[in-house]
Design a protein. Structure first.
Length: 385
């Protein structure tokens, strides 16, 4: 009897040991799975109190351009005409409200604390104001560049930060298409190279190319299309995520200049990024959420502020998030934000910009109509993809 009891006790002990071992393996597998699901990447936290309330009962329409100047001031441009009557009741004829609200000027400047410090913009003598604002860039001299994607917006404008007109490249309704070296056609935005003082235009809604001009004289330098080939005016192709990659751009929505001499181009509808040298020589390409149809993924890009610009941030207006990539080799690490109306969420994030401290500022188009700040919190473990 005693021997039988010992056998039962021994068997029970072995079962307990087996259960504990299995539990340990399960815990280890869970820990390994969790480790596999995290990566080291930049971390961000929304600042729900930025910006401060707008003065003068102002409201924004679609915000379709954002940039940072040398003092870390944040600049935006928006389409006031896209406000709803109830949003801007005081601006209607006759007014629908005696108390709220007015449409803000087309260009608004915020200081780092989120206070409005200047505003200007609109038609004036000597230049052709865009019918539909699109894109704003503050260059290394703190000059302000504007594009437009209205049907007849074939021009790019340059102003001082105070709003003094400096130069216009191209003229309304004059584009001859992708071979035209004088006019653009519904340009999305620009980027200025401080090393060469050249302005790179994402020429982008009507044409399908990057075109480069002298940033002081407006003289034509060069242009190129997808894969560094010369673009033409053939009908646009329908995007097929499972098909052969398109040999032409569709909606060149941004161009970004890295410090190492590479040029990054948002090919929005094709859900891809193409990389070139400054002379237009093709280097490589990569896709983000390739099955995305409709608006496409790659609305805008910006680089991290470390010396190597190791990370690339991509604004995805269709999927309502910011992707964080290793710039080389265009590898997706993680993302932050999703769709929604609360602080830290997006409705059609359109552009983004990074200040000297690494903070990201975003703007939203369509009915998003807002600016947000995401505070850089350093490098740490975040969820993969």
């Amino acid at each position: 009897m005693k021997r039988t009891r010992n056998r039962y006790v021994g068997a029970a002990f072995l079962i307990v040991i087996g259960v504990l071992a299995a539990a340990q393996l399960t815990l280890q597998d869970a820990a390994n799975a969790q480790a596999r699901q995290t990566v080291q990447a930049p971390m961000f936290q929304v600042d729900p109190m930025w910006p401060k309330p707008l003065p003068n009962n102002w409201v924004f329409g679609n915000i379709i351009g954002i940039s940072i100047d040398s003092r870390d001031h944040v600049w935006i441009t928006h389409r006031g005409s896209t406000t709803q009557p109830k949003e801007a009741g005081m601006a209607q004829t006759p007014p629908l409200s005696s108390l709220c609200c007015n449409i803000a000027p087309p260009i608004v400047e915020f200081d780092p604390d989120g206070n409005v410090v200047s505003s200007w913009g609109g038609p004036g003598a000597g230049y052709e104001w865009p019918d539909s604002m699109h894109g704003l860039t503050v260059d290394y001299k703190d000059n302000v560049w504007l594009g437009g994607n209205g049907k007849n917006d074939n021009q790019v404008l340059k102003f001082t930060r105070q709003g003094k007109f400096l130069m216009q490249i191209g003229h309304k309704g004059q584009s001859k298409g992708n071979t035209d070296t004088v006019n653009v056609r519904q340009a999305a935005e620009v980027e200025v190279d401080p090393k060469t003082n050249e302005v790179f235009v994402a020429d982008g809604y009507g044409n399908r190319r990057v075109i480069v001009f002298d940033a002081d004289t407006g003289a034509y330098k060069r242009h190129w299309g997808a894969y560094g080939k010369m673009p033409d005016d053939a009908p646009n192709e329908t995007y097929d995520p499972k098909g052969t990659p398109s040999q032409m751009f569709r909606t060149v929505h941004c161009v970004e200049l890295a410090n190492d001499g590479l040029t990054y181009v948002c090919d929005r509808i094709n859900d891809r990024i193409q990389v070139f040298r400054r002379d237009g020589t093709y280097v490589k390409e990569g896709w983000i959420q390739r099955d995305t149809l409709g608006d496409g993924v790659t609305f805008d890009m910006a680089f991290s502020k470390d010396a190597q610009e190791r990370y690339l941030y991509v604004a995805d207006g269709a999927n309502h998030r910011i992707w964080v990539l290793l710039r080389d080799p265009l590898q997706i690490l993680t993302h932050f934000a999703n769709g929604g109306r609360m602080p830290g969420q997006f409705y059609a994030v359109h552009n983004l910009a990074v200040d000297s401290k690494g903070n990201i500022f975003t703007c939203e188009t369509y009915e998003g109509k807002r600016v947000q700040k995401f505070v850089y919190k350093g490098i740490g473990a975040v969820s993969a993809n």
